[in-house]
Design a protein around this ligand. Sequence first.
Ligand SMILES: [Zn+2]
Length: 118
Amino acid sequence: MKKVLVRCYKGFAAANGKFNIEIVFTVPDIGYYKKLFTCIHCGELFAVDQENPRLAGKPFDKFVANEVCPKCDSSLTQTLRAYPENFRTDDGKIGHFIPEHIIPPDSESLVKEFWELL
Ligand SMILES: [Zn+2]
């Protein structure tokens, strides 16, 4: 698995009574975008290129069948979740965040490194 740089935006989520938990999310950008996933066991983040032809018309779990999390060695078929719809906090709680469907200003974007799936 290799690392990839992805443009994303910062958001703040709440989970289990804690607020201002920083998460990141991606938005469709001129038809090109990477969907983010997390290993719910350790919180490691992954990006999937939605344009990857290998993904076309095939169930996503087929592609992660043999992949293990580089951080915690979990089988990703068991632990991979859509992110930030699901995220793991530093103290091991599970939170949920649904990004708004508006694209924030460029000044709020950052480029972050993720493991690339596929
Ligand atoms: Zn993991």
